[in-house]
Design a protein around this ligand. Sequence first.
Ligand SMILES: Cc1cc2nc3c(=O)[nH]c(=O)nc-3n(C[C@H](O)[C@H](O)[C@H](O)COP(=O)(O)OP(=O)(O)OC[C@H]3O[C@@H](n4cnc5c(N)ncnc54)[C@H](O)[C@@H]3O)c2cc1C
Length: 321
Amino acid sequence: MNRNERIAIIGAGMAGLACAKALRRKGAAVTVFDKSRGLGGRLASRRGDGVQFDHGAQYISAHTPGFTAFMEACLADGAAALWRPDIHDGRESKGGSDKWYVGLPGMSGLVKPLADGIDVKLSHTATSLRREGEEWALGFQEGTTEQMFRTVVLAIPAEQARSLLRGFAGAFPELHAVATAPCLAAMAAFDEPAGLSFDVRRFNDGPLAWVARNSSKPSRPTALEQWVFHAAPEWSRVHLEHDKHDIAARIMKEARHLFGPLPVPSHLSGHRWRYAFVEKAAGTPCLFDPALRLGLAGDWCIGPRVEAAYESGLALAERIA
Ligand SMILES: Cc1cc2nc3c(=O)[nH]c(=O)nc-3n(C[C@H](O)[C@H](O)[C@H](O)COP(=O)(O)OP(=O)(O)OC[C@H]3O[C@@H](n4cnc5c(N)ncnc54)[C@H](O)[C@@H]3O)c2cc1C
């Protein structure tokens, strides 16, 4: 890699930002683009009117030495805290053996240190990628003029990468084997106690996969009881195209069926994660074509975890350099 090489990274989730930070340290001129208005991708929180929900990734555990060191540094710097929920699912005793890290003040707090000093352009949806001589021309939905880069990284879900790489389908056969499950979510706040005797409940079958008292996480608003409900993959597939109000209402109906009567929520909203959990990974830390100078990273390279996204982003930075 030449010093000051112009590199575009599409995706400001954990994979894209870990990659960006590592390349920046090596002297590259990195620009990160994301279609959203905020950083973090599936490390996401929704805020408003005294409520806050982490409706994507719930907590993070760390196993590799590198990611453990990163998470411990986040703890020391105040970007993360430990969550010790009361778990009722018969699979794990209170708190479990792993540390459960959460971002501060929301889950995306974990990626903010990675974005420090990086040129990040939000509300930029990459829609086209074409070769022009030795360079890549990158086009955006928002109508801004194409931008030229020597190297391009796609740090987006595999299905979205496939669509952007239509013209280069043969370049990465591993990409086509990846499968991802959706997850529909409901966020509910109650003015009165919900009467649920746990902070976290996980299910191996049935309509719901995960129920968590978001307000039991450190430094979250506690004036109201705030809960996040995640539907199981099969249920999510069946209801995927329903509108978000309907998704939330149906998930609450399933919750009442499981737990009995719940108070009427003072806030209720739904979210559709079309590409939530990697079901079949590429089985390689990252993909890189040195002739095209085109790389791919993301959780889908390794597995369905934030840690996998981080490791994939770093692996790609090494390949590019
Ligand atoms: C409901 C849910 C619960 C989860 N729970 C956990 C958990 O408890 N623990 C755990 O470790 N993991 C969990 N995960 C998985 C974890 O969130 C992911 O593994 C990880 O965040 C993936 O990071 P990433 O950088 O690979 O992708 P993403 O976070 O998806 O980042 C990709 C980014 O690319 C952007 N993008 C996509 N297409 C374009 C485009 N064309 N142009 C510009 N930008 C684009 C997106 O806006 C997004 O910001 C959960 C995920 C979901 C959805």
